[in-house]
Design a protein around this ligand. Structure first.
Ligand code: CA
Length: 558
């Protein structure tokens, strides 16, 4: 009798294991995990499994790029009560996943950790944040020596609040380098398990937001899959093995028509914009130091050819300033400035500019020499294997050769490419790492102009071509120090920065890379789209706080 019971029990257990999780309670998501999960440390969010911040750890605010607004999250409210004082009121009844209360002391602890240890990614805020003061049991004031309104907003949606009772005993090395394999956050999901090909998040049935926000995470489990290629992802999506895809996938019309795959727009470009992609030019290296040459290049390149050839119309060509078409940014769009100083595809104009500066093909080999008659050759690079970008730089090089510029596409492996990019060791380089959607248009101009790059061996924050202009540094600081309430000043500064970008062209914006999103309706429905725009549908690191988590509160099991 006993034996029989054990056998049946074992068979049932095997059956459950083989079946995996209850399918209609599980969301399978892909597009953010490229190596086996090994890190859940919110202080090294770039190495952590996507969702570590957003699902497990939470931020004081979210930001919705679809409407251009901050949304209080752990905070109940936040406002500038004085020009130098930002007051945060915390929600009631916040809890950690281990059952302890989340209090104002956890908030203070998290921010002050950046002062205690200088190596935390938000430590630099202590150069302009002076102190934090407790007002009452749920209210704190952040008092600034130098309020940087724009950057602060971005910090409010980026800094993951951690439990003091767990982190206060950790060493600096543990905080800065630890894997944090048992993360305890305050979020709607916790880490249940992981394997080489997946990370499993399990619903936190005691999440504070169920009562306080009236939001209920629908899937019992969110399984982040490591899918090895986009081709594999297409197959999984067609078979309904992947519910939510954030991969770059070709063939959207067929996926829509024959497999019912859901995208943001039903028609091209299908996808929301996620960042501005363009070329950084090595402005310190002759002949790229010649501004007219850069200007001729801007006129010579046809971004719409790239949109068609490399992206099957899933992206759109950018405006000349590269300002992304999201509401929070477009309200500052300097239309007159772009009309006056902007460029558009016009190869004849490119040739005329080159003729005018004396860059002519003297020896009739098809390529222009410089004004002194010296031949020159430039390279343009992107990582090997990034097929859409490889096609893109081929198209750019082709356009530049058509106007007589000898430009060759090269494809180093990704690590060499990154070293070239960060180290400024290139002629022309295609990139979009730091020009992504954010809560502030300041971040875009900071990415394009980042002044500290000029004297640094390596820059990770932008201005990869090391463009130097003290006026830009001043304007950027001024923009950062302008409150979003001062719309007129914001607009004026954006116009001035755009004018410098368009005149000097250290970066030539080309198109908006997509917020790749394709969803299967086999198991889950009510995915967001342009007619039901309830959330930014992306689960990449840094995007859960932009609305990714809201997808999980709104999808419905069939
Ligand atoms: Ca020649």
């Amino acid at each position: 009798m006993k034996k029989w019971f054990v056998v049946v029990f074992a068979l049932v257990a095997i059956a459950i294991f083989a079946q995996g999780f209850e399918r209609n309670q599980t969301v399978y998501i892909g597009g953010s995990l490229w190596s086996p999960p090994s890190n859940w440390n919110p202080f090294t969010s770039w190495n952590a499994v996507a969702g570590t911040i957003g699902l497990v750890y939470e931020t004081l605010f979210l930001y919705d790029p679809l409407v251009g607004q901050f949304e209080p999250w752990l905070a109940e409210s936040g406002e500038w009560v004085k020009p130098d004082t930002f007051r945060v009121k915390l929600r009631n009844n916040l809890t950690w996943q281990d059952g302890k209360q989340l209090t104002i002391d956890d908030i203070i602890f998290t921010f002050e950790l950046g002062k205690k240890f200088s190596g935390i990614n938000y430590s630099p805020i202590w150069n302009w944040l002076s102190r934090i003061e407790k007002v009452d049991s749920r209210t704190i004031d952040f008092i600034f020596s130098d309020p940087r309104y724009q950057e602060w907003g971005q910090q409010l949606i980026s800094i993951a609040i951690v439990p003091k009772h767990i982190w206060e005993g950790k060493s600096e090395a543990d905080i800065l380098q630890g894997a944090n394999e048992k993360p305890v956050g305050s979020g709607s999901y916790y880490v249940e398990s992981w394997a080489d090909d997946r990370n499993v998040f399990r619903k936190n049935a005691n999440w504070w937001g169920i009562k306080e926000l009236g939001l209920n995470p629908k899937p019992e489990r969110v399984v982040v899959l490591r899918v090895l290629s986009n081709n594999v992802a297409v197959g999984m999506l067609m078979k309904g093995e992947l519910d939510w895809s954030n991969f770059f996938l070709p063939g959207i019309p067929i996926l829509q028509k024959s497999y019912g795959i859901h995208t943001w727009f039903k028609e091209p470009p299908y996808m929301l914009p996620a960042n501005t992609t363009g070329i950084f030019l090595n402005v310190r290296k002759y002949p790229l130091s010649v501004v007219e040459l850069r200007r001729a290049m801007a006129y010579a390149i046809d971004p719409n050819k790239i949109v068609d050839r490399a992206f099957e119309k899933m992206v759109t060509a950018s405006n000349a300033a590269g300002i992304m078409p999201v509401p929070g940014w477009m309200k500052y769009y300097p239309d007159e400035t772009v009309q006056k100083y902007g460029f558009k595809y016009d190869p004849e104009k490119a040739k005329a500019i080159l003729d005018e500066i004396g860059f002519k093909d003297i020896n009739k080999d098809g390529f222009r020499e410089d004004a002194q008659g010296r031949p020159f050759k430039l390279t343009i690079e992107c990582p090997y294997g990034w097929t859409d970008w490889m096609v893109s730089i081929q198209s750019i090089a082709e356009d530049l050769r058509k106007v007589g510029l000898n430009v060759e596409p090269i494809y180093p492996d990704a690590s060499k490419y990154n070293d070239d990019l960060y180290g400024g060791k290139f002629d022309i380089i295609l990139n979009n790492y730091v020009t992504g959607v954010s809560s502030t248009i300041w971040s875009y101009f900071n990415a394009v102009f980042y002044p500290d790059a000029v004297n640094a061996d390596y820059s990770y924050s932008g201005n990869f071509g090391k463009y130097h202009n003290p006026e830009v540094a001043t304007l950027l600081d001024e923009l950062n120090r302008t409150s979003s309430n001062d719309q007129a000043k914001m607009k004026e500064l954006v116009a001035q920065l755009s004018e410098i970008l368009l005149k000097d062209l250290p970066f030539i914006p080309l198109w908006y890379n997509g917020a790749w999103f394709q969803a299967s309706s086999d198991v889950w429905s009510n995915w967001p789209d342009t007619s039901n725009p309830y959330a930014w549908p992306i689960g990449w690191a840094g995007h859960w706080q932009l609305g990714g988590i809201k997808v999980l509160f709104n999808i419905e099991a069939k």
